[in-house]
Design a protein around this ligand. Structure first.
Ligand code: BTN
Length: 255
């Protein structure tokens, strides 16, 4: 904790041995008036949640963290916070361990084709009145990958690095980088965020498939729009897809 150099994020911490989901706990605290930056941490989650109604396995040794954010942003700009979080985690792993982490749109963090971390942003109540967002971040850290029986290939920092790391230090560094990105967002430096995200994007310029319900749409992954939607080129037109509605698959088979 003494290593934390943020203004707001992680200044108040709600720590539990076990929770159903840190996002749910953060929502509850937000409804009770939690301040901007309050951070919920749990050693284990019994019902960790991923995007698109998926479950997120959360054994002891992982970093399961949710931050209550009351940022000075419009709803449209607040949707960029999950991009900011993926950049913050990527930068942290680069700085601490020189690990090259890619981002699979919209914000899966991937090492050599295996998922290492994910982000789940949720709005609390009506954005117009409450303006509160819960930013959940899950990083597979100090446990072997066998403890995950995911449908997708996954890895952990223990597998990659060969040793265990200090979860508090990792959390502190992520919160510091996240706070920097949030300040950039509030200053409307969107291009900077977009270019950091794009530098790490997996599959850019390649042929991909977009799954929307039963539909499969094929095209070339051209990039992201300023609010993080995926831009797909098919034939001679461009279509954008927002993260809430579709899944991305590569034709090369790495995700
Ligand atoms: C995804 O990749 O689908 C998002 C995974 C998000 C997992 C984190 S762990 C902390 C927070 N609490 C949850 O229940 N989910 C997020």
């Amino acid at each position: 904790k003494q290593a934390l150099s943020t203004q707001a994020l992680g200044r108040v911490v709600d720590f539990s041995d076990e929770l159903s989901s840190t996002n749910d706990r953060a929502k509850e605290l937000a409804r009770q008036g939690a301040i901007h930056g309050l951070t919920v941490l749990a050693c284990r989650q019994q019902a960790g949640r991923g995007r698109l109604q998926r479950q997120w396995e959360s054994p002891a040794g992982g970093l399961w963290m949710s931050v209550v954010l009351r940022p000075n942003l419009s709803l449209a700009d607040a949707s960029k916070i999950t991009l900011a979080a993926s950049v913050a985690i990527v930068d942290t792993l680069q700085e601490l361990f020189e690990l090259p982490i890619g981002i699979k749109w919209p914000n899966d963090l991937v090492h050599k084709g295996q998922k290492l971390a994910g982000i789940l942003g949720e709005v609390v109540g009506e954005w117009n009145t409450v303006q509160t967002l819960i930013l959940g971040m899950g990083v597979n850290v100090n446990f072997p990958r066998e403890q995950l029986n995911n449908t997708f290939p996954a890895t952990t920092l223990q597998e990659i690095l060969g040793f265990d790391i200090d979860l508090n230090l990792l959390a502190a560094k992520i919160l510091e980088n996240l706070e920097k990105e949030l300040i950039c967002l509030e200053e409307k430096k969107f291009d900077e965020l977009k270019s950091k995200w794009t530098k790490r994007a997996i599959g850019l310029g390649e042929g991909v498939r977009i799954l929307r319900g039963e539909d499969v749409i094929e095209g070339t992954f051209k990039g992201i729009s300023i609010d993080g939607a995926l831009i797909l080129e098919t034939g001679n037109k461009e279509i954008t897809f927002s993260a809430g509605e579709v899944k991305l698959r590569s034709k090369k088979g790495y995700f």
